[in-house]
Design a protein around this ligand. Structure first.
Ligand code: GLU
Length: 312
């Protein structure tokens, strides 16, 4: 048994070094793709094509209760109709559960995650207790976890428990990466800008996020970081609603010694009332526009993009 904090992340979790620009689109097959997905996929695809890079697809089907193969097939069909081509067979998260499990075991052995048995109700009660009546602090995943289960003693030698939520010990993670600032490069329309956040804000405003759920091994944060690393993604193009999650991903990338991607958090496509589109907005489904006789170029105009870029 190695002493906690001494072992480097397994080599298999690291990405190949390659300077070619690589972007991706990573939909979850839990409903129809809508206009917002088309915009996001085009943003990533256009960037790869204009830079002579690669565009990859990843099916984020880790949540087996909500994912459907019929939605996965619809994703391939919609993207093909939009003129989007991917340069390698799609990666599927359901094929990678072993990788997530290996990563969790390493985090466990290093004392960087702990088991949590709190229900949502427990969390609300504990987070509201210190300042009765005051709103509890909220982070990217909802209420910042008040740390109840962190206090329970565990030895690094104890086996990793199954079928229980596992949380990142954010304080231990920040100490491990030894950073007092978390940063990433953001590209908008110009040069990358470095965005920075004091590490202590991560403790207060983000906290001990869930890295493995009770009902399946892994979580969005864990798998997205490992998969982007494994696919060698250099530029992550996604909606600004995921901007807060990026700070968590940066901590995990450093823990796993993965390369740091450049980010572009793009604007969201909204309905005429200004609300974000959601999977339940079937009226804005790409297939609905297609069935109404619109062309992909009509959709590009609808979301404020110019004509299709020349595909090399
Ligand atoms: N699978 C996520 C979604 O469909 C996107 C994840 C990401 O782009 O990082 O919203």
């Amino acid at each position: 048994m190695t002493e906690a904090g001494k072992e480097a992340a397994p080599e298999s979790l690291r990405a190949a070094e390659d300077m070619t620009l690589v972007t991706r689109f990573a939909p979850s097959p839990t409903g129809p793709l809508h206009l917002g997905h088309a915009f996001s996929a085009w943003m990533a695809h256009d960037l790869a094509r204009s830079a002579g890079g690669h565009f990859l697809l990843r099916i984020e089907d880790i949540d087996r209760t909500r994912s459907r193969e019929s939605w996965e097939r619809a994703i391939y069909e919609d993207l093909a109709w939009l003129g989007i081509r991917w340069d390698a067979p799609p990666m599927r998260q359901s094929d990678r559960l072993g990788v997530y499990d290996d990563a969790l075991r390493w985090l466990w052995a290093e004392g960087l995650i702990y088991a949590c048995s709190c229900s949502r109700r427990d969390i609300v009660a504990a987070a509201s207790a210190p300042q009765e009546g005051a709103e509890p602090q909220r982070g990217p995943d909802g209420i910042v976890y008040p740390g109840t289960c962190r206090a329970f003693a565990r030895t690094p030698a104890s086996p990793m428990p199954q079928h229980t939520a596992l949380r990142l010990d954010m304080r231990a993670a920040l100490e491990r990466i030894g950073a007092d600032t978390i940063s990433f490069d953001e590209i908008g329309r110009g040069q990358p800008q470095r965005r920075r956040r004091p590490a202590k804000d991560m403790l207060e405003q983000v906290g001990d996020v869930v890295l493995s759920r009770r009902d399946f091994p892994g979580s969005y944060h864990l798998s997205v970081v490992l998969d982007d690393g494994a696919q060698g993604i250099t530029h992550i193009v996604r909606g600004e609603d995921l901007g807060e999650a990026t700070w968590i991903h940066r901590v995990l990338q450093d823990l796993f010694s993965l390369p740091r991607p450049v980010y572009h958090h793009h604007r969201l496509i909204r309905d005429p009332e200004g609300r974000r589109l959601a999977k339940r907005d079937d009226a804005r489904a790409i297939s609905a526009y297609r069935n109404d006789g619109l062309s992909p170029d009509d959709l590009r105009k609808l979301v404020g993009l110019g004509g299709s870029p020349a595909v090399p």
